[in-house]
Design a protein around this ligand. Structure first.
Ligand SMILES: [Zn+2]
Length: 313
């Protein structure tokens, strides 16, 4: 049996899973990232997570063929280095070499949005499709492209960054320095900002706490018209942006994930409706939009798939 260790490294916790070559999770474990403790400590705790997984799942260490790692930041695949991961305080860290030395296994590295896309395309909502655009709608809007089962990274890993499609000239300022990027209009951050503006105008009761997009969805669900408009506008921009992306890629499936997608049909249905109106009619019916199905497991499953592809298992 071929087994792979998939790691999904976040600012607070590391998710580690032993995944079979067919995508079944044998064992899952989480440990604190504790990036301040240093890289030796991180490698040691990763080794312990691997040992624990092997022991508790009853498999053999010899069955583990490699390790895939998803990182919250840009990576250099040529050198196996994390260029910068702000949440971890890592700059130019040679993660592939460090983990290879400690674990004695092949290691593959990738940006976390890309491995999550690979996971969803392989075993989630994109399962069975040749091409998938996976979009994460959370604090920002990120994404990844999978073609014929493999990640499409573009020249430097920037492919699929549809959050920075400029959809509104002179729109709100984006973290990237441009104005009017999709994520300034369709992310959780945008939804919260617009709901608070409506609250300032007196259209949402002043005593309602708006700390997340889910608060705005709840207000909309309860019949608040201003909250409904905020959601409709965000969904409209998302459908519009996905329409632009679909004209370039014509993916079989567009997968919506991330915190905002937890609103399920309250997001999915208006996005589908807007997409159908904006997209090139010839390809309208070719690209279906679906909600992500793997949740927090997308990263570890995608990381495992990545290393499986690299070692040819
Ligand atoms: Zn931007």
């Amino acid at each position: 049996m071929n087994i792979f260790l998939g790691l999904d490294i976040g600012g607070t916790t590391v998710k580690a899973a032993l995944v079979t070559e067919s995508g079944e999770i044998l064992h899952k474990h989480e440990f604190p990232t504790n990036a301040n403790a240093g890289l030796d400590d991180f490698c040691e705790r990763t080794y312990q997570a691997l040992s624990l997984g092997v022991k508790e799942s009853g498999c053999s260490l010899q069955d583990v063929r490699g390790v895939g790692v998803g990182i919250p930041g840009p990576v250099d695949l040529n050198t196996g280095t994390v260029i910068e991961a702000v949440n971890l305080g890592w700059t130019n860290v040679p993660v592939v070499k460090l983990l290879k030395d400690r674990l004695g296994l092949p290691v593959a590295l990738e940006n976390d949005a890309n491995v999550a896309a690979l996971g969803e395309a392989w075993r989630g909502a994109g399962s069975g499709s040749e091409s998938a655009l996976c979009v994460v709608v959370g604090t920002g809007v990120g994404g990844g492209i999978v073609l014929n089962g493999h990640l499409y990274r573009g020249a430097h890993g920037g492919a699929g960054e549809i959050g920075h499609l400029m959809v509104l000239r002179d729109g709100p300022l984006c973290n990237c320095g441009n104005h009017g990027c999709l994520e300034t209009l369709a992310s959780a951050t945008a939804i919260i900002r617009e709901a608070k503006n409506a609250q300032t105008r007196g259209e949402i009761p002043a005593n309602r706490v708006i700390s997340g997009a889910q608060d705005v969805f709840a207000l909309a669900d309860a019949g608040n018209l201003a909250a409904r408009k905020v959601i409709t506008d965000a969904a409209e921009w998302l459908g519009y942006g996905l329409g632009l992306a679909a004209c370039t890629l014509n993916p079989e499936v567009i997968v919506l994930g991330g915190g905002v997608s937890r609103a399920k049909d309250a997001l999915l249905l208006p996005v589908r409706e807007a997409f159908a109106r904006y997209v090139f009619p010839v390809i309208r019916d070719d690209s279906r939009i679906e909600l992500a199905t793997l949740g927090n497991d997308a990263g570890v499953i995608g990381s495992a798939r990545l290393i499986a592809q690299q070692v040819g298992a």
